[in-house]
Design a protein around this ligand. Structure first.
Ligand SMILES: Nc1ncnc2c1ncn2[C@@H]1O[C@H](COP(=O)(O)OP(=O)(O)OP(=O)(O)O)[C@@H](O)[C@H]1O
Ligand SMILES: [Mg+2]
Length: 257
């Protein structure tokens, strides 16, 4: 049997976006993201990175062009997508366990499945010992882990992350980057990630898409051919440094476009 050409998991064809009658935010965007990729969007503030994630998740419609997720409209694909925002968006009156189980509750999953899955993802992100604590009792890094656990509990095919670690100190961010890649080895999801940190983009991604502003468009695509599994030691190697230097250069180019 000959292999059929892979259908992209995310497909943008000629996508244009303006909010209401406002100016053009994204112009004629074409994107093809395959299953299993870890794609990071970088680009200057206001170039439309968050808008791309909102379009993928169906939170906002395109003004023109077509978006397909697994061949479906974003609305129809919604159940297969999880979104992680910069602020952990945990409900303060719920325990960590009940926050993590929220997505499953909304999906009306049976109670025993909900309990089992919640316990498993809490363990996966190392929060089993604080499951009965409230968000105010957690550090920033722990809150973010809880938010990741909540996103993973619904077993997404697509994980969208909008600067999830931006508010953390560098060491916590590095550690969570490593954890995120470890989770990716255990679960099967495709990632679209947004960051302002070039080093974070290189560490995590299989491909970096650099957007230029006004209107937002693809300026360059940088493949990151560093092998997996990626560990902390990778950051000290010359290939990593060379890629960070290259991506930083391309990002500066995009800024002056
Ligand atoms: N709901 C909205 N209504 C109107 N304009 C919006 C809305 N959301 C975003 N915009 C505008 O669209 C443009 C792109 O915004 P977006 O948030 O996608 O940028 P971004 O690349 O994520 O920026 P940042 O790096 O600062 O997060 C900006 O000019 C912004 O003001
Ligand atoms: Mg944004």
């Amino acid at each position: 049997m000959s292999a059929a050409p892979a259908v992209p998991q995310i497909e943008f064809a000629n996508v244009t976006k303006s909010y209401g009658t406002g100016r053009l935010v994204l112009s004629a965007l074409d994107l093809n993201i395959q299953k299993g990729e870890f794609v990071t969007l970088i680009g200057p503030s206001g170039c439309g990175k968050s808008t791309v994630l909102k379009l993928i998740s169906g939170l906002t419609p395109p003004s023109d062009g077509t978006i397909r997720i697994d061949g479906m409209t974003p609305k129809d694909a919604r159940e297969t997508i999880s979104f992680i925002f910069q602020d952990a968006t945990l409900l303060p009156w719920r325990t960590v366990r009940d926050n993590v189980g929220l997505g499953l509750e909304l999906e009306r999953a049976a109670s025993d499945r909900r309990k089992k899955t919640t316990a498993a993802v809490l363990e996966l992100v190392g929060l089993q010992d604080v499951a009965e604590a409230y968000p105010r009792e957690l550090s920033g890094g722990m809150k973010m882990r809880a938010s990741i656990a909540r996103a993973l509990a619904t077993n997404p095919r697509l994980l969208l992350m909008d600067e999830p670690f931006a508010a953390l100190d560098e060491m916590s961010r590095d550690r969570l980057n490593e954890e995120l890649l470890r989770l990716r080895e255990e679960q099967q999801w495709t990632a679209v990630f947004v960051t302002h940190s070039v080093a974070e983009a290189v560490f995590l991604s299989t491909r970096i898409i650099v957007l230029a502003p006004k209107p937002g468009r693809v300026h360059a695509v940088i493949p990151v051919d560093l092998p997996f599994p990626r560990t902390a030691a990778l950051r000290e190697g010359p290939e990593f440094e060379a890629l960070v230097a290259r991506a930083s250069h391309v990002l500066r180019e995009a800024l002056v476009q």
